[in-house]
Design a protein around this ligand. Structure first.
Ligand SMILES: Cc1cc2nc3c(=O)[nH]c(=O)nc-3n(C[C@H](O)[C@H](O)[C@H](O)COP(=O)(O)OP(=O)(O)OC[C@H]3O[C@@H](n4cnc5c(N)ncnc54)[C@H](O)[C@@H]3O)c2cc1C
Length: 360
């Protein structure tokens, strides 16, 4: 998020410094799947995703091959007739938002992905969705920002906001007319009143099986899991990596801030995946890891001014969509900072929509 914002601001002629405490893409970004997905949890979510996807496609040629972008599309899988009923209105929602979506019956679904189990009801293809390699994406955005004139300050940690800018943990004071807080879940360390919590996720990656899978597969119940309230949840999500590996997601947990793997959740993820793709049983899992999604109470990000300090802006809290929506967030934020016309209605993302922020 920081890299995308620095790039957008530098391109508009702002003098920008991009501070990163650890290394490019080592936060939630490095743990993510990199699915650039038009998700329709709400009209606001879909609008931000759609703009993000468009901007990633414009940026990709400049960022280069290391981004590993493939427009593999998303295949939403309906397990039964009840889920199939939900596909029809979703197709309409996508089309109304200007996003291509195709309704698939059972035969068409298996025709596109023969590895899927028999007996599934059908699904929906969103062909414009894509996949990138997020850790590389973070570095490439920072490098592009530097080419546009931004100064990269990697290995420098912000300790606090000061009236005239920032103080770093080594005591250095950096003057800044505007400050953008894009520190993911750690943004709360700088502004403790932010309504942000960590939502843990597990992923696992397999050995290489080129040609096994061509689309990102997601079960139709994924949205229910993404927007579920407090309980642990698991939803089937399988991604073909360009090198032939298969990336398997994903779990969602509140209240567990340890990075340790929880074998029972990994087991649930794998069992669920086998129900959709039985042939996965023959593909060894090589590695599994966890990451933390920066989550707000209404699952929408915090983009815009911090109401209590003129000159401080937020670009954080993107939960499970921060890769998809990074360039869109950057554009919205740049419009805020420079007083330009926003690319979409900024109101749904304003930090001040939360009473705790308004009261802080
Ligand atoms: C398992 C999992 C799967 C996901 N899959 C997807 C997906 O497929 N598609 C998608 O769109 N999104 C996905 N996400 C969500 C996505 O990863 C996040 O929304 C996104 O990475 C958030 O980016 P960020 O830049 O806000 O935060 P981070 O990536 O956490 O970056 C914050 C950065 O700020 C730095 N920082 C923190 N504090 C300071 C400080 N005081 N001073 C200086 N620097 C500081 C950190 O070192 C870090 O590098 C997934 C997340 C998880 C956990």
């Amino acid at each position: 998020m920081g890299g995308a914002c620095a790039l957008a601001l530098a391109r508009q002629g702002c003098r920008v410094g991009l501070l990163e405490a650890e290394g490019w893409g080592l936060g939630a970004t490095g743990a993510a799947m990199g699915h650039l997905v038009a998700l329709d949890g709400s009209p606001e979510e879909l609008a931000l995703c759609r703009l993000g996807l468009e901007r990633w496609k414009e940026l990709a040629p400049e960022l280069g091959a290391a981004l590993d972008m493939t427009t593999c599309g998303t295949l939403w899988v309906a397990a039964d007739d009840e889920e199939m009923e939900l596909v029809r209105p979703r197709c309409e929602t996508y089309r109304a938002a200007g996003i291509r979506a195709e309704l698939l019956d059972a035969a068409a679904l298996r025709g596109l992905e023969p590895c899927l189990a028999t007996g599934l009801a059908g699904g929906m293809l969103v062909p414009g969705d894509a996949v990138v390699y997020p850790p590389a994406g973070a570095r490439l955005l920072a490098e592009a920002a530097a080419r546009a004139g931004a100064e990269l300050l990697c290995g420098r940690r912000v300790a606090s906001l000061e009236p005239e800018g920032l103080r770093l943990d080594d005591g250095t004071r950096l003057p800044a007319g505007r400050v953008v807080i894009a520190a993911g879940s750690d943004s709360k360390r700088l502004l403790p009143d932010l309504p942000l919590v960590k939502r843990k996720g597990h992923l696992a990656i397999t050995d290489r099986r080129p040609g096994f899978l061509r689309h990102q597969l997601v079960e139709l119940g994924y949205l229910k899991s993404a927007h579920a309230s407090r309980e642990d949840s698991v939803a089937f999500n399988l991604q073909p990596r360009p090198n032939g590996q298969l990336l398997l997601g994903s779990s969602r947990q509140f209240g567990d801030e340890s990075p340790d793997l929880r074998p029972h959740l990994l087991q649930r993820m794998i069992r669920r995946a086998l129900a959709y793709v039985p042939g996965l049983a023959e593909v060894p899992v090589l590695r599994a890891w966890t990451g933390f999604r920066p989550t707000t109470p209404d699952h929408r990000p915090l983009i815009g001014p911090w109401p209590h300090r003129p000159g401080v802006f937020l670009a954080c809290g993107h939960e499970g969509l921060g890769i998809t929506t990074a360039p869109a967030t950057a554009e919205l934020l740049t419009a805020w900072i420079l007083g330009q016309a926003p690319p979409l209605d900024p109101a749904p993302y304003l930090p001040s929509r939360f009473p705790e922020v308004a009261r802080a």
